[in-house]
Design a protein around this ligand. Structure first.
Ligand code: E4P
Length: 219
């Protein structure tokens, strides 16, 4: 499973790159707004750092302007994946942009039916939002299970990768891997939390103390 980081924070991306946890990046208008910087500057800087796909979301809601915005975003770097919302206009824009050779991430997916439409539109990625479904009392991971089951029924026809989004916790990420999702995009704090385990810390402290007491040294 690939790990994308869901942030526009350059510092966090640099830190996680060193850990080998950045196969790609997803941004959205809210994440870019948090940086207080110009959208194009932020995206250019991220694309300079990261080799994998960097999702950049359109702001328009009608087909013609989504297409214009998508083309403008795609010019930033070859690894830009244009993010469009799962609406009729978004699906139309997806079809056109994919036909032009641009990678497209269809975002704000909340049902298996919507995911099927993204696949029919030739999306490179579809982003089902797990956490936001949990927030309204649904079982977000159930949606991932359904989409993967459906897509696996059509291995030759569907090439769209399932990009699990709105990930809020380590168990979300682990469950996505258990189900065999292609990609998870998680905020930096969730990726950082993956490494932590109290028994690792306790075990390390014991090893070091035993070595210190017996005078074992390497350097
Ligand atoms: C995905 O591409 C979105 O940017 C993101 O995962 C949304 O997550 P949130 O629901 O925690 O805002």
């Amino acid at each position: 499973m690939k790990f994308f980081v869901d942030t526009a924070d350059l510092g966090a991306i640099e830190e996680l790159l060193e850990l080998g946890l950045v196969d790609g990046v997803t941004t959205n208008p809210s994440l870019v707004a948090k940086t207080g910087q110009d959208l194009f500057t932020v995206l250019r800087d991220i694309c300079r750092l990261v080799e994998g796909p960097v999702s950049a979301e359109v702001l328009a809601t009608d087909f013609a302007d989504m297409l214009r915005e998508g083309r403008r975003l795609a010019e930033i770097a070859p690894n830009i994946a244009v993010k469009v919302p799962l609406t009729p206009d978004g699906l139309k824009a997806c079809r056109r942009l994919v036909a032009e050779g641009t990678a497209v991430n269809v975002t704000l997916c909340f049902s298996p039916a919507q995911a099927l439409l993204a696949a029919k539109a030739g999306a490179t990625f579809v982003s089902p939002f797990v956490g936001r479904l949990d927030d309204v009392g649904h079982e977000g991971m159930e949606l991932i299970r359904d989409i993967l089951t459906i897509f696996r029924n059509y291995p030759n026809a569907i090439r769209t990768q399932v990009l699990v989004a709105s990930v809020r916790s380590v168990p979300h990420l682990v469950e996505a891997a258990r189900l065999g999702a292609d990609i998870v995009t998680a905020p930096p704090q969730v990726l950082r939390a993956l490494v932590a385990h109290p028994l690792t810390e306790r075990g390390l402290a014991r090893f070091l103390e035993d070595a210190r007491q017996s005078g074992i040294r390497i350097l």
